[in-house]
Design a protein around this ligand. Structure first.
Ligand code: SAH
Length: 355
């Protein structure tokens, strides 16, 4: 039995499935899922993320959250949380960089939200000595001040795709032709969630919805709104979804998302607009989107790179220069990736962000 067999069987029984169900099966199936069965990160894996490119990313995120903690009167205890922590590299870099902020790491209770047992094991190894705790649901985040980061987490959540057809929408579905997975369109229907999108789309346009993101953001925003704290959501995407952004990465190259189910990373660009709306509805202020490059430059990545460079030479120095460029340059990750900041209304936003 392979994941393809399982998917074909499911389609034979229930009919074509939507993209969200396909993504969930491919990424999180208990036996065949992409995240459940492997560590996909790094040069040997399928893709590389900002914390795996350079320690500077996690260090600066940590210092931004620690400054926010100081600004809010050093709440003790507080929860330092991460969604989808991958190898635990970002959290480890944050904790190392903030060790010099008096009281911060002592007051922090580290909570991780991670679906993959394989990655939980790796996170436990990376964070030995810090006693992290894992929650199975974001709703289990303690009722306490919450300082939180999520990097490339929301892009892994399942989306649905809808193609405009007149004054209605047809959902993109995945069916089968013999033993091959194929694309199709469902029947035309109204979509309550897309009512306001009839104003800014035309026939044939495609929009994406990520329903799973909303309850997660709502819980986070409620904790921050009620108890204080701050959230930094970093991901590729933009404000208001338009067009097909569903993509697959295998061995650092783009592949057809239907081609290697369970063996390729599947993501979609994050639509930050509904996240911001949900955050506001749950009683939390949010910033405008800040491009990652601008965010890191404001936090002093150039100075940090210079001080690291002082101890390096040869290929290590070249790697550092390349990493700085990759994280910040508009032609690389600098513009594609954005940061959305969440904070309690009376406080100021974490440093580095647009107000
Ligand atoms: N933040 C890390 C890893 C990004 S990859 C980094 O920047 O390197 C996406 C992460 O989210 C992985 O840890 C993956 O296992 C986790 N993840 C994906 N879908 C999830 C879900 N539905 N619930 C919890 N964790 C999930």
């Amino acid at each position: 039995m392979t994941l393809v067999d399982h998917l074909l069987e499911r389609i034979a029984q229930d009919g074509p499935m939507n993209v969200a169900d396909y993504m969930t099966e491919c990424l999180l199936h208990p036996t065949f899922g992409y995240y459940t069965t492997r560590d996909p990160l790094g040069t040997q894996g399928d893709f590389i993320t900002a914390p795996e490119i350079s320690q500077m990313f996690g260090e600066l995120i940590g210092l931004s959250l620690a400054q926010s903690w100081l600004d809010q009167g050093r709440p003790d205890p507080f929860v330092l949380a991460e969604l989808g922590p991958g190898r635990g590299t970002l959290m480890a870099d944050m904790l190392r960089a903030t060790a010099g902020v008096p009281g911060f790491t002592d007051a922090a209770q580290i909570v991780l939200f991670e679906a993959s047992p394989t990655l939980r094991d790796i996170q436990a190894q990376t964070l030995t000595g810090y006693q992290p705790r894992w929650v199975d649901s974001v709703a289990d985040l303690p009722e306490a001040p919450l300082f939180l980061v999520a990097n490339e987490f929301f892009d892994a959540l399942p989306i649905r795709q809808f193609q405009r057809d007149g004054t209605g929408w047809r959902e993109r579905l995945i069916g089968a032709d013999g033993n091959t997975l194929t694309w199709g369109l469902g029947p035309q229907s109204d979509q309550v969630a897309l009512k306001d999108r009839l104003d800014d789309t035309k026939d044939g346009d495609l929009v994406e919805l990520c329903a799973a993101a909303i309850p997660i953001i709502a819980v986070i925003a409620r904790r921050i709104g009620t108890h204080g704290g701050a959230g930094l959501i970093v991901d590729y995407g933009d404000w208001r979804s338009l067009g097909d952004t569903f993509q697959a990465l295998h061995g650092h190259t783009h592949t057809d998302p239907l081609d290697k189910p369970g063996q390729a990373d599947l993501t979609a660009h994050v639509d930050f607009e509904p996240l911001a709306i949900a955050a506001r509805a749950a009683g939390c202020a949010h910033t405008r989107l800040t491009p990652q490059g601008v965010f890191l430059e404001r936090l002093g990545i150039a100075n940090r790179a210079q001080s690291l460079a002082a101890t390096l030479g040869g290929s290590k120095l070249e790697e550092l220069v390349a990493a700085h460029r990759r994280l910040t340059h508009p032609d690389e990750m600098g513009n594609l990736f954005k940061v959305l900041g969440l904070y309690p209304s009376p406080s100021s936003p974490p440093p580095g962000l647009e107000p």
